[in-house]
Design a protein around this ligand. Sequence first.
Ligand code: FAD
Ligand code: NAD
Length: 487
Amino acid sequence: MKKTYKISREPEILKPDLCVIGAGSAGLSVASIAASFGASVVLVEKHRMGGECLNVGCVPSKALLAAAHRAQRVRDAARLGIGTGEGPVIDFGRVRRHVRDVVSAIAPMDSAERYRAMGVQVIKAEASFTDARTVAADGKVIKARRFVVASGSRPAIPTIPGLDQVPYLTNDTIFDLEERPEHLIVIGGGAVGVELAQAYRRLGSEVTIVEAGERLLGREDPEMAAVIARALRREGAVLKLGLSVERVEPRDDGRVAVVLAGGERAIEGSHLLVAAGRQATLEGLNLKAAGIRADSTGILVGRNLKTSNRKVYAIGDCVGGEETSGRFTHVANHQAGLVIRNALFGLPATPSEAIPRVVYTDPELAAVGLDEEAARAAGRPFRILRWAFADNDRARAEGTTQGHVKAIVTPRGRILGCTIVGPGAGELIMPWVMAVSRGLKASDLAGLVYPYPTLSEATRSAAVEFLKPATQNPWLRRLIGLVRRLG
Ligand SMILES: Cc1cc2nc3c(=O)[nH]c(=O)nc-3n(C[C@H](O)[C@H](O)[C@H](O)COP(=O)(O)OP(=O)(O)OC[C@H]3O[C@@H](n4cnc5c(N)ncnc54)[C@H](O)[C@@H]3O)c2cc1C
Ligand SMILES: NC(=O)c1ccc[n+]([C@@H]2O[C@H](COP(=O)([O-])OP(=O)(O)OC[C@H]3O[C@@H](n4cnc5c(N)ncnc54)[C@H](O)[C@@H]3O)[C@@H](O)[C@H]2O)c1
């Protein structure tokens, strides 16, 4: 009889400088920067290269909003004397194609091929810790000098009775819709809910937002968030605020009914979007085996973004606890740079205090540093400087006068924070980011020359507000008199 031999193959052992888990915004940034410095990098991704931002987050949502904002401009054109007949004709199939085309055009930047060409070893598999110094993926054993967990987040699904009995959308699926929803009900009035609600409303859907909190965009300055709420209402979105969802029911005709607490009439819609926050993706990682601490908010990090295992960092959306500066792509990128500083060069990795955030509605809302509430909570004296876009010549010319700049400064003028709601707020926030980050004063921004007529002048006007009391200063008035006498 022929003898059979069992061939037991030893697993391949890789010993790179860095092993990065997750190829979303955070993981890709770390991998590319490390590779550019000549470090050896293994990047492990179990699903799609580019993660959430490229595939189901920032990119498709901003492409959809771009189409929606274009439709609104057509509606608004009559105010400037431009006839557009019956208003915009929305071809939802083409809108969807535009969204897909934008994602496809950016995808090569995040592709495995591009990263392999940089010298990164890309493994398409789930990564799992086997002990404090080892990760297993695709039958390979990775014993890296340092690990970076960048495993991201996914939509948090609230426990609402009946939700599991109806089809519902999240940001993972809404960009695949083939047809425009007739009536989209959105659970959650945070950034995801508000941006997508305005996008669909402007593309012609009926939209209802149900938000458990008393207002939309609960983490933003209430005065500024109210401008967005007014804009949404004016465009016909229905806002149900301060109401919790009691249950969700399917209707015989395929529609969905959302029953609200407090005896409110049930809302019936064709589609339901759950946009009720995020949950860190931790399953499959086997964090316990590596001694990495996490709680319900995500992986806990300390100084230098290190986890409780000092060889392992965590960055991006998977990070929880108090340390997180928000779940944003630019935060993920910033943290990637910090990890490189620490892991490759042994330098301290101190997160910036000046992290901006933008909600891409129209008008946009952008913020950096302290807002009024945070300044009050800090218990130190401060001043508020405001400037309305209604008093900005360019905004008047464009017919986009909603909103204002609201800056928080110390009594000596040091800029502590700024929130802008208005046209292009996401672009206008940058001098304020620079000011907060570099400890600049209102006089620094007031002293710059701004081209006329630009929206940027609203920054100077707000900053000049700080200097206005000086015009009443008796010493300065006496000085003017003295100079006058000197001829
Ligand atoms: C609708 C929407 C719009 C948004 N718009 C903006 C915006 O305009 N601006 C902005 O700054 N932010 C925006 N965000 C937030 C932004 O998308 C996230 O902050 C960012 O994508 C987080 O990047 P990340 O790399 O931490 O995580 P992710 O992009 O989620 O990447 C994590 C990757 O890790 C992989 N992974 C997980 N576990 C494992 C494992 N065990 N093994 C291997 N791979 C694993 C996942 O498959 C995933 O690809 C938006 C979010 C949403 C939902
Ligand atoms: N422009 C951007 O930069 C951008 C855009 C979208 C998302 N994001 C990121 O994604 C993160 C997640 O966004 P999000 O909007 O999903 O979360 P979020 O936490 O900002 O808002 C979720 C909202 O849902 C509400 N909610 C929760 N459960 C509810 C329930 N059962 N009924 C009614 N309301 C309920 C909450 O009160 C909250 O207001 C954001 O924090 C942000 O970091 C950024």
